[in-house]
Design a binder for this molecule. Structure first.
Ligand code: NAD
Length: 493
């Protein structure tokens, strides 16, 4: 990152450029945009604003690195050694990356320090090892020996959102690289800083030039569109909103490019009357408000069995009121700002809609403008009752700290309500009756079901969603299927 001067403050700021073929380069037409700190709306850095020409240059670099470079020809163990070195370098820079993520995305420092950035290193190590050690099958059958090869797919376009910037970027890059592909990453324009720094770190740690290219900017006809509609792209891994996912898949269809799409959610959280509320209340708080509700699999439709509604709601509301909203750089803060002004307006618009729809705002429902926070995009943890599952508030993805609480009577009603959504990303369930838990997990239309817990992940399991929540799965063997071209080989011996 080279230096630029902020006209407002005179502070020296980094100028973030693309990473193409190992070189730090500005946009071909010199265009830039600003990335801002959601805590105070101050400019953090000026960033290269990519266009079609930049996308083509990055794809050409990735194509050459794939067709002629060493990376796809190395053994999985050799690639793993490099990816482990990159993971070690991430650990060595973890505090810097955590601070940068907290400034750029408004994520609280406790989480970037202890969850997101450690997970970046874990993504790299997990897929490096998985690609090296994954089991495979061979079928000796009389004179015929049949087996499968997994050559890399080729050039991968990876497009990521702003809510967990480097964690989600490396959730794509780590398997793509481990299985021998070359890549072009386009981070979200709201939070490009950690991806840019990661590119420098990876290169210094030994990733060959052209294997990871990073272009910055916006969607549509700017830099992202050309990354999805180009015949040189062999795989597209996209995480973002459902509306954008539709556009990505339409662009990819022109070249029959396979797409893995991890999209929006409106997940149900069911609390039965036999649940251990000492677990269900704090986990439900996490499901609703962790990351400011800006989490794809947040449990934003909370169904509570009628007999415990009063007690649950009182404990849930009390716990929500204790959430510390504040500067994300402060380790005591639980909830930082929303990502940008436009998003703050959208979230508040939904709270106004909820009131129009007949909902009762039990707590929250307004901006937080206390001392030091007035220039930022802070919003209070909000709980709404009195709405049905059919209301727009309960059906549309708000992606903010807004929770609808809805009563139910029977198990059958609960699972019917949970499945009454166009999304199908995750489900959360609290009960001491494990027979019931397994019964419902089998009937839940969701990619992930958490029972008496939330947010736990095992990277060997499939991750993805049904319906409007996406197409395909990633994780362990599912990532291998997506990022390789499985080839059947039969030998007469
Ligand atoms: P978004 O769809 O606006 O943007 C995502 C990315 O796509 C950005 O990098 C953006 O620049 C790019 N983009 C925009 N238009 C494009 C186009 N026409 N072609 C190609 N790329 C384009 O989403 P967002 O606001 O950044 O992220 C929030 C959304 O992401 C929410 O809906 C959330 O649920 C979803 N999400 C899903 C998961 C998951 O795993 N399922 C995880 C995190 C976030």
């Amino acid at each position: 990152m080279s230096a630029a001067l902020d006209g407002q403050t005179g502070q020296v700021l980094p100028e973030v450029r693309h990473l193409i073929n190992g070189a730090s380069v500005p946009a071909a037409d010199g265009a830039t945009f600003d990335t801002r700190d959601p805590h105070d709306n101050r400019v953090l850095a000026t960033v290269a604003r990519g266009g079609a020409e930049d996308a083509r240059a990055a794809l050409a670099a990735a194509r050459t690195a794939f067709d002629e470079g060493p990376w796809p020809r190395m053994t999985p163990r050799e690639r793993a050694r490099v990816l482990h070195a990159v993971a070690d370098a991430v650990d060595a820079h973890s505090e810097e990356l955590a601070q940068l993520e907290t400034r750029d995305a408004g994520k609280v420092i406790r989480v970037t320090r202890h969850a997101d950035i450690p997970r970046v290193a874990h993504n790299l190590r997990f897929f490096a090892d998985y690609a090296s050690f994954a089991a495979d099958s061979a079928y000796p059958d009389g004179p015929l020996l049949s087996y499968t090869l997994h050559p890399p797919a080729g050039v991968v376009s990876a497009i990521s959102p702003w809510n967990a910037p480097l964690m989600l970027a490396t959730w794509k890059l780590a398997p793509a690289l481990a299985f021998g592909n070359t890549t072009v990453l386009k981070p979200a324009p709201q939070s490009p800083l950690t991806a840019a720094r990661f590119g420098e770190i990876a290169l210094a740690a030994g990733l060959p030039e052209g294997v990871l290219n990073i272009v910055h900017g916006f969607g549509g006809d700017e830099v992202a569109g050309p990354l999805t509609g180009d015949p040189r792209v062999d795989r597209i891994t996209f995480t973002g909103s459902t509306a954008t996912g539709v556009k990505v898949m339409a662009a990819a269809a022109a070249n029959l490019t396979p797409v893995s799409a991890e999209l929006g959610g409106k997940s149900a959280n069911i609390v039965f009357d036999d649940a251990d509320l000492d677990v269900a209340v704090p986990e439900s708080i996490k499901a609703a408000f962790a990351g400011n509700g800006q989490v794809c699999f947040a449990g934003t439709r909370l169904f509570v069995q009628r007999g415990i509604m009063e007690e649950f709601l009182s404990r849930f509301t009390e716990a929500a009121a204790k959430i510390v909203v504040g500067d994300p750089k402060d380790p005591a803060t639980d909830m930082g700002p929303l990502i940008e002004r436009r998003h703050l307006d959208k979230v508040h618009g939904y709270v106004e809609l909820a009131a129009d729809e007949g909902g009762k705002i039990v707590t929250g429902g307004s901006r937080v403008t206390s001392a030091g926070l007035a220039d930022g995009f802070y919003y209070s943890p909000t709980i709404i009752t009195g709405l049905s599952n059919e209301s727009r508030t309960a059906q549309e993805e708000i992606f903010g700290p807004v929770e609808s609480v809805i009563p139910f009577d029977t198990e059958e009603e609960a699972i019917t309500l949970a499945n009454a959504s166009r999304y199908g990303l995750s489900g959360i369930l609290f009960t001491r009756d494990l027979d019931r838990a397994h019964r419902l997990a089998a009937r839940w239309r969701a990619g992930t079901v958490w029972i008496n817990t939330y947010f736990d992940r095992d990277l060997r399991l499939p991750f993805g969603g049904e319906g409007a929540s996406g197409v395909g799965r990633e994780g362990g063997q599912y990532s291998r299927e997506f990022f390789t071209e499985p080839r059947a080989v039969m030998v007469r011996v």
